[in-house]
Design a binder for this molecule. Structure first.
Ligand code: HDD
Length: 740
């Protein structure tokens, strides 16, 4: 604010010392950008949801108190003289500090760290035979909000830890909100919700020192999962590459439980929900995950937000596996009520029923990502539950936890949690009530408010539970006998893995168990592995330096399910990050053309140069996005080593090399940071292309130009063509097994 304007405010004393000038003169805020409006005022499709504009957080150009009184100063407390004591009567000071003191709310007891996005779900209409859910109808479009998360870590923990990932979707349907609260792993550690506090206490940091953070590599976790062998299947998935996804955009999602669908005739079907990512299912290597933890703890959060901001909207197909709703609730001998079981896709194919597109980042992390409250009991007509004892416990837990996390029973009124269907619930008052309810008769029946609200029937969209038979039985604290096979399904998963994936699993078990202090826990873990597969057990035992025990159960004769492997298919490369390494005398024309070609292929080019700024001059100058000092190989899906225009030119910054002794024959011409980047990229199975002198960097890293996945060409664009083909398979799998 200029001094001239300040004098316009009647009675405002000249602040002491003078305030910093406002960067602009006061004016009314610009109309909110589409995605800056409160989510209840406009959905991501741009459809107004009927909420008043006054519900928006900010209005007016002037800084005010919470009561709307305009402020002339906010940088100095009210004092008795510039050097005197601060006065208690300073309401603005007290209000500002008090509000700040209460800014944090309890983090989620599990899934505390997450990232989310808005999007749209479009039904294909293919599920019409099995469900009457209106949002699944052909071309029906429903706004959604999806939150991805890790399970064990605190809010501030790292993204790329080994853990299960949450995949929770809120569908704001016209028939009420449907929440599909799933994970990226299709099975769960326990079969009964009563054990949830136990598994989480075991997985969270030890209660004495509160370490380790966001890790399963510690005694209590392995103590629990080896004492409860029903956890063997989920644990094996965690130790596989699924435990360290490359990106939230490249994860499958699973509803885990079996759900019951109801069609318009009242006929029921059992289903399992699957999310299939358009970009394929891909993972980090363990070494990449560890380096990323330090280099960019927000790696997955940033990746999701950047992709959406760049317009590379991630997509998933929703699919269902369909099973007859029989009295036994089994399919091909697999108990559908046991959440430690999958049904192989070869036995029941996943049938696509709709498409999810995430197309808008949250405007405010706290208001949306932090305050969103999911619940597996938020169902719509056409979708019902089964008697899975894990699901039943969840139906209690989620509402209960929100009451303490969000401070009372009115969290459904928080904008991100508001349903897009009309609400008339007769719930009144309570902490943080923001509605002004009219009428005098919040009870039913009543004759004072005209009898309103009325009950709906099936004809006008009431949610009516399916009247399924409940078998006559004795009250017992027991599991069904069919829940007692804990090893056939982990064996099925193990046998479905390719040799590279098995190597990674062995390395993960060996790493995690070697972090345990208790010998008895390691030995017990080996016994569990022996009952899954003797080869797996032997290899982990070798790594731990322990004898491999014999199996205690007959090994199940199960057919592998190739659909469980992540390797062997090709996928779109959209959104992949290609690092272009350019030395001090790089072929700038070539760098410019390859950069354009990367963009044309729908990928993201990042130029890595010795220093920041621009490469070249004039209109063809290129911005540098990363420097040799701040780039690390884990950021890139592939590397392109730019050539030099003349032989013998300074290809990769030899003159800037400061640290480390060069090691290879080409080392004299290569900055050691480039050598590290290239050798890490190679070790992690990444495609490496290059032209005109690129071999010097390869030589320096001890890599021959005939190694698998190395594409040297006469120009950058030809090298990129080969790299793009390699990227479709995610990694150069021929380079494995390697110790990563
Ligand atoms: Fe849970 C959060 C997924 C079992 C109790 N769970 C939570 C979230 C996801 C899942 C994705 C984070 C939602 C968000 O982003 O806000 N949980 C699962 C899956 C399970 C599962 C796929 C098994 C199939 N959960 C489970 C059990 C219980 C809970 C058995 C308790 C008996 N889960 C909770 C919770 C959380 C939660 C304590 C913490 C924060 C929240 O609910 O909102 O209620």
């Amino acid at each position: 604010m200029s001094d001239e304007n300040r004098n316009d405010i009647p009675g405002a004393p000249t602040p002491q010392p003078p305030s910093v000038d406002e960067p602009t003169t006061p004016h009314e805020p610009l109309p909110p950008k589409h995605d800056q409006e409160a989510p209840e005022a406009v959905s991501p499709t741009g459809k107004p949801t009927g909420a008043p504009a006054s519900a928006r957080a900010q209005s007016g150009a002037y800084l005010t108190t919470a009561q709307g009184a305009r402020l002339y100063e906010t940088d100095h407390s009210l004092k008795a003289g510039a050097r005197g004591p601060v006065l208690l009567q300073d309401h603005h000071l007290r209000e500002k500090i008090t509000h700040f003191d209460h800014e944090r709310i309890p983090e989620r007891v599990v899934h505390a760290r997450g990232a989310a996005a808005h999007g749209i779900f479009r039904g294909y209409g293919t599920a019409a035979k099995v469900t009457k859910a209106a949002f699944l109808a052909k071309d029906a479009e429903t706004p959604v909000f999806v939150r991805f998360s890790t399970v064990l870590g605190s809010r501030g923990s790292s993204d790329t830890v080994r853990d299960t990932r949450g995949f929770a979707t809120k569908f704001y349907t016209e028939e009420g909100t449907f929440d599909l609260v799933g994970n990226n792993i299709p099975v769960f550690f326990i079969q009964d919700a009563i054990k949830f506090p136990d598994i989480i206490h075991a997985g969270k940091p030890h209660p004495d020192r509160e370490i380790p953070q966001a890790q399963s590599a510690h005694d209590t976790f392995w103590d629990f999962v080896t004492l409860h062998t029903e956890a063997a299947h989920h644990t094996l998935w965690n130790m596989s590459d699924r435990g360290i996804p490359r990106s939230y955009r490249m994860m499958e999602g699973f509803g885990v439980h079996t759900f019951r669908l109801v069609n318009s005739e009242g006929a029921t079907t059992l289903v399992k929900f699957h999310w299939k990512p358009k970009l394929g299912v891909h993972s980090l290597t363990w070494e990449e995950a560890q380096i990323t933890n330090g280099m960019d703890p927000d790696f997955h959060r940033r990746d999701l937000a950047d992709a959406i901001e760049a317009g590379a909207f991630p997509q998933w197909e929703l699919g269902i596996q369909v099973f007859p709703d029989n009295a036994e609730q089994t399919f091909e001998g697999i108990d559908l009520l046991d959440p430690t079981n999958i049904v192989p896709e070869e036995l029941a194919p996943v049938q696509p029923i709709g498409l999810l597109t995430l197309n808008a980042n949250p405007t405010n992390f706290f208001a949306e990502t932090e305050q969103v409250a999911f619940h597996p009991g938020h169902l719509v007509p056409g979708i019902d539950i089964t008697d899975d004892p894990l699901l039943t416990g969840r139906l209690f837990s989620y509402l209960d936890t929100q009451i303490s996390r969000l401070g009372g029973p009115n969290f459904a009124q928080i904008p991100i949690n508001r349903t897009h269907a009309p609400v008339n619930d007769m719930f009144r008052d309570g902490m943080h009530q923001t509605a002004v309810h009219a009428g005098t008769a919040p009870y039913r029946p009543n004759s004072l408010d005209g009898g309103c609200p009325f009950l709906a029937g099936a004809d006008n969209g009431a949610y009516i539970e399916v009247p399924v038979d409940v078998p006559a039985a004795k009250k017992v604290r027991e599991a069904s006998e069919s829940f007692s096979d804990h090893f056939s399904q982990p064996r099925l998963f193990w046998l479905s893995m390719t040799p590279v994936e098995r190597e990674h699993i062995i390395a993960a078990y060996t790493f995690e168990l070697s972090k345990c202090y208790e010998q008895a826990i390691k030995e017990r873990a080996l016994k569990v592995l022996a009952d899954i597969d003797p080869e797996l057990c032997q290899q982990v035992a070798d790594g731990l330096g322990l004898p491999a025990p014999e199996a205690t159960v007959p090994l199940a004769d199960v057919a592998p399910s190739p659909a469980l492997s992540q390797i062997g298919r090709t996928w779109p490369v959209e959104g992949r990050i290609v690092g272009i390494v350019a030395g001090p005398e790089a072929d700038l024309e070539g760098v410019g053309s390859v950069r354009a070609a990367v963009l044309d292929a729908g990928m993201v080019p990042l130029i890595i140069a010795p220093t920041g700024g621009r490469l070249g001059s004039g209109k063809d100058a290129l911005d540098v996005q990363r420097t040799f000092a701040n780039a690390r190989s884990v950021e890139f899906d592939a590397l392109l080593l730019a050539g030099t225009p003349a032989p013998g030119a300074d290809a990769y910054g030899a003159r800037d090399a400061k640290a480390g002794e060069p090691s290879g024959p080409g080392a004299a011409a290569t900055d050691p940071r480039v050598v590290l980047m290239v050798s890490e990229a190679f070790r992690h199975g990444k495609a490496i292309g290059g032209w005109g002198g690129a071999e010097t960097a390869l030589e320096a890293a001890g890599i021959t130009d005939t190694a698998p996945g190395v594409a040297l060409a006469s120009d950058g664009v030809s090298a990129l063509e080969q790299v793009t083909r390699l990227l479709g398979e995610h990694r150069v799998w021929d380079r494995f097994p390697a110790a990563v």
